[in-house]
Design a protein around this ligand. Sequence first.
Ligand SMILES: [Zn+2]
Length: 336
Amino acid sequence: MVLLPGFVDCHTHICFAGSRSRDYAMRIAGKSYLDIARAGGGIWDSVTKTRAATDTELMENVVARANRHLQEGVTTMEVKSGYGLDLASELKMLRAIRTADQYTPAEFVTTCLAAHIRPKDFDADEKAYLHWILHDLLPVLKEEHLTERVDIFVEETAFSVAAARPFLQAAKAMGFMLTVHADQFTSGGSALAVEVGALSADHLEASNAEDIRRLAVSDTVAVVLPGASMGLGMPYAPARKLLDAGASVAIASDWNPGSAPMGDLLMQAAVMSAAERLSAAEVFAALTFRAAKALGISSNAADLQAYPCADYREILYHQGKLKPSFVWKKARASDF
Ligand SMILES: [Zn+2]
């Protein structure tokens, strides 16, 4: 057998209710983002369904997805809020994630993504909404020790760089670690992530040469999310260029109901490695210690997985279809 460290998935949205299969059907039939949003799809659809879900439903959904991840060798995973977008629902999500952590051997790192989109029922501009997060939500998260991390979606359809900058600076001053959804469709977010000292800038499909150079000379981990490219039918982030420039590149699943419902981290990394020409060493580094760095943790030495093959090259060669036969979290065997 081949023994590997447990994988770290440093970017997921596995706390959600409902399916977005209708969006996917519309997308593959050629409908635009706007057509889908007008038909009631998009992130807002997941917000509506997640708000309507009970605490128990949400918690059970997280446990089921975390256990599937664990079975596939992912022993530590980041889990974001961001489908609540009001005080009660963001708290419901973060509390459900905390409770779920007690019902799975997998380990969670939690992140507040209340700045996912400006909710349709918030009757003011983006600045006012971000102000609300800083002054009404984050203090409660601190008090309940629900998360130490804050994320924001910087994009034309979400939050502007101008509004995100003071938000991230203020969250940092409150003691939160930062991460940014950056450069998914347009450039701008990764420069801000580097400027404010974020642990990671995630997505980067639209990063330009200057963005790549800036990330390469920074301590910010460049997190690429091939699952979102597959789900949206869009080009991959320039992982090869980032590595060649000297950036620290992690690969994460972005497991979410809209753009990346598959959530198979190893399959996504293996398929991307062929397209972007990533070596086995670069892929396994991206799935272990570099992903851990993006979360501000060190890889856990006693998290291990064993693959049923004699040569490690079999693992990427099978494009994610070869799964571990055994997984150990903190040296304890998981029973599937
Ligand atoms: Zn995401």
